[in-house]
Ligand binder design. Structure first.
Ligand code: P6P
Length: 335
């Protein structure tokens, strides 16, 4: 049987071979992975763990918080604050940034996360996940401020997600391709199960919430309409549709077999550029998709080139198989 390579060994070898992973970053990634294992345990308990249902509070987005949203957030904060690898954290579930307390050593990284993405699926036992993004703290001895987080996605030094589904799978990039690790519950460790992940440049599968069709902008309506016309239409092929309403699960399917995921701007809240958040959803997912040979835009611009102006800003997201994303983007730009 081929030898199992643990996440720890993978990261040590990546550090040794190409120096892409300084020791502080390797520690950070191992701590985040350990936190995801704890979150996976809590998710798997479900009703038996008393973790289902709402927490009776709202987050900064004005969304009702589920108990597991808060649990996952606390697990990530407590796991990461003492290790000396971080200066501060930011989360979908917290209004402002979280500075590492002075009683702990300060590190050179900033960690951003959506602790539990897809919360609407928690109580119905459908896959959910954790998304995270790592940036470097700007040089200098001054304390970290929120503006230090406002870096384009192209500045990320690591990004990943952990999907809590039939398997618990951690998907990670540090800028040298994408690797997948499956949680071996008997050993309690993540084991390398896929590396150099590649997304097919073409697809026959799109993911979008069709109930919003009447609110979409013309380019999105045109693209989906052409897909729905199938073989008889301009695409000359039939398409399939998926929508799990959990970005992590939809993106994981695309990482595994290709496809295009779209959560575009729509007329319901025209002042908002989109529903999904740039800093801790679109940026990490966009980098992972690009690292696997796909593309990620907001319809007009590469996601990773967007200069953030607010920590919780939203963005229109079109990502996945390169040729499909480029087609949708061309319908927006006319190029
Ligand atoms: P809708 C989950 O709440 C989320 O942020 C993403 O994970 C998911 O893709 C999207 O929202 C689902 O949104 O409007 O279809 O419920």
């Amino acid at each position: 049987m081929s030898q199992k390579i643990s996440l720890t060994r993978y990261l040590v070898e990546q550090q040794r071979v190409d120096g892409l992973i300084p020791s502080q970053l390797r520690l950070l990634l191992e701590v985040v992975a350990r936190a995801c294992k704890s979150i996976s345990q809590a998710v798997n308990k479900g009703a038996l763990g008393g973790v289902l249902g709402t927490a009776g509070s709202e987050n900064v987005q004005g969304e009702v918080q589920k108990k597991l949203d808060i649990i996952a957030n606390e697990v990530l904060i407590e796991a990461n604050e003492w290790g000396g690898h971080l200066a501060a954290m930011a989360s979908e579930e917290m209004d402002g940034i979280y500075l590492v307390p002075n009683r702990y050593p300060q590190g050179e990284y900033l960690l951003l996360f959506d602790p539990l993405d897809g919360s609407s699926n928690i109580d119905v036992n459908v896959s959910i996940g954790t998304i995270f993004s790592v940036l470097k703290k700007p040089e200098g001895d001054r304390g970290v401020e929120e503006s230090d987080f406002l870096q384009p996605g192209s500045q990320q030094v690591a990004a990943g997600y952990c999907v809590y589904g039939p398997q618990t799978t951690l998907v990670l990039t540090v800028g040298d391709g994408v690797a997948m690790f499956t949680l071996d519950r008997e050993q309690g460790s993540f084991v390398l199960t896929e590396e150099n992940v590649r997304i097919p440049e073409d697809t026959k599968e799109f993911a979008i919430n069709m109930s919003n069709m009447r609110h979409w902008d013309t380019p999105v309506k045109r693209y989906i309409d052409e897909c729905l016309q199938g073989k008889e239409g301009p695409r000359a092929k039939d398409f399939n549709m998926r929508w799990i309403a959990s970005m992590v699960a939809d993106v994981h399917r695309i990482m595994t077999r290709g496809g295009i995921f779209m959560y575009p701007w729509d007329k319901r809240e025209p002042h908002k550029p989109g529903k999904l958040r740039l800093m801790y959803e679109a940026n990490p997912m966009g980098w992972l998709i690009e690292q696997a040979g796909g593309a990620a835009t907001n319809g007009r611009q590469r996601i990773l080139d967007i200069q953030p102006t607010q920590l919780h800003e939203r963005v229109s997201v079109i990502l996945g198989s390169k040729n499909e994303v480029e087609r949708v983007t061309s319908y927006h730009t006319g190029l």
